[in-house]
Design a protein around this ligand. Structure first.
Ligand code: KG4
Ligand code: ZN
Length: 339
């Protein structure tokens, strides 16, 4: 019998639903929330309200596009955290109502676990190379930056992480400094394609082990611009592409330097990236180039599966379903990962 999972994602500012059949993507529908743009960041209350408006139509479309009916669904998987509590509650409440009505199991999915498994997403007629276990994953999102040894679909070990800001946060905060709207990461990416990555130099942090730090970089970026603008008020407008390309390449260098050390230390040469920042074209190119030098097999999620989506929740739900890892109506979402 087919195993059909309905995946639900509502941890931040994307409402998404997906159907995964026997481990393959059948549909993946995402509603973005543009409302946050004018506020320079995600406003939690507005995110919850938008999720509430979007959730039923988004699920309805995902089910219709898959050509199935609610009766066909084996289980419902939902992001339980980390994320914004009010946003998570919308997806979780919907999930409980749906599960109760259909009498099917609920599967709680950790958002970070789901990002890690995004490299396994494909349609049934695709034949993408999949990483063998163990592989290394550089998980770079708006809230997290980690290097993990992924040991199975269900188990991974963090071997390095940021001690302050996440890489996505660094992109977004630097973008804000030069007047770009939220989320700034994709805009820095866009401007970078026309800029010189060596135009300006920024100090890289010296952090021990496999850990990262991005807060110092953000501060030196701010001071550098403040000094330049003092001399030349038009500095940012006249140099946007070079500024973006320079800060982007610095962030990428920092990320890849530790990933190379992690690979040398563990001897693992199957390397994946995941999370919103893995959508960055500079990072996608740089990891391929580093992969050639280091003799890595590199695995990059499809662009649409890099940023938040429910397909990654659905596939994680699928593997947890195979393991009979279900939760009940009393499960509660959580805002931060338990340490
Ligand atoms: O994984 P994600 O969609 O949500 C979280 O779980 O946080 O990641 C969002 C982050 C934001 O910081 C956003 O600016 C960044 O990913 N991002 C990018 C790009 N696309 C999204 N950063 C750099 N370049 C991009 N193309
Ligand atoms: Zn995410």
């Amino acid at each position: 019998m087919d195993i059909i999972i309905l995946g639900i994602e509502s941890s931040c500012d994307d409402t998404s639903a997906s159907i995964i059949r026997n481990g393959y993507v059948v549909s993946n529908n995402v509603a973005n929330q543009d409302i946050h743009k004018k506020y320079g960041g995600v406003v939690p209350e507005l995110a919850s309200r938008a999720h509430q408006q979007n959730i039923i139509p988004v699920v309805d479309i995902a089910i219709r596009e898959a050509g199935i009916t609610p009766e066909d669904i084996s289980a419902i998987a939902t992001t339980s955290g980390p994320g914004l509590m009010g946003a998570l509650l919308v997806g979780n409440s919907f999930t409980k109502g749906f599960a109760l009505a259909r009498n099917i199991p609920i599967i709680d999915v950790n958002h970070l676990h789901a990002h890690i498994l995004s490299v396994f997403l494909q349609k049934e007629d695709e034949n993408k190379p999949m990483p063998p276990f163990p592989y290394l994953c550089l998980l770079v999102s708006g809230g997290h930056t980690q290097i993990l040894i992924v040991k199975s679909h269900l188990e991974s070990e963090i071997i390095g992480q940021t001690i302050d800001d996440a890489a996505g946060e660094a992109f977004d905060k630097c973008a804000k400094v030069i007047g770009l709207p939220y989320p700034g990461g994709p805009l820095i990416d866009k401007f970078s394609s026309e800029g010189n990555p060596k135009a300006f130099q920024f100090n890289k942090p010296q952090i021990p082990d496999l850990n990262y730090s991005f807060s110092g970089l953000k501060t030196s970026f701010l001071y550098f611009l403040r000094d330049q603008v003092k001399e030349n008020p038009g500095f940012i407008d006249n140099n946007t592409s070079d500024i973006c390309a320079s800060i982007q390449s610095t962030i990428i260098d920092i990320l890849l330097e530790k990933l190379v050390i992690a690979s040398h230390k563990t001897g693992i040469k199957h390397i994946a990236i995941a999370g919103g920042v893995s959508a960055n074209s500079g990072l996608r190119n740089a990891i391929k180039e580093t992969g050639i030098k280091e003799k890595w097999q590199v695995y990059i999620p499809e662009f649409k599966y890099s940023t938040d989506n429910a397909a990654m929740i659905g596939i994680t739900g699928y593997y947890k379903f195979l393991n009979k890892d279900f939760s009940g109506l009393n499960s509660a979402p959580f805002a931060r990962n338990k340490v």
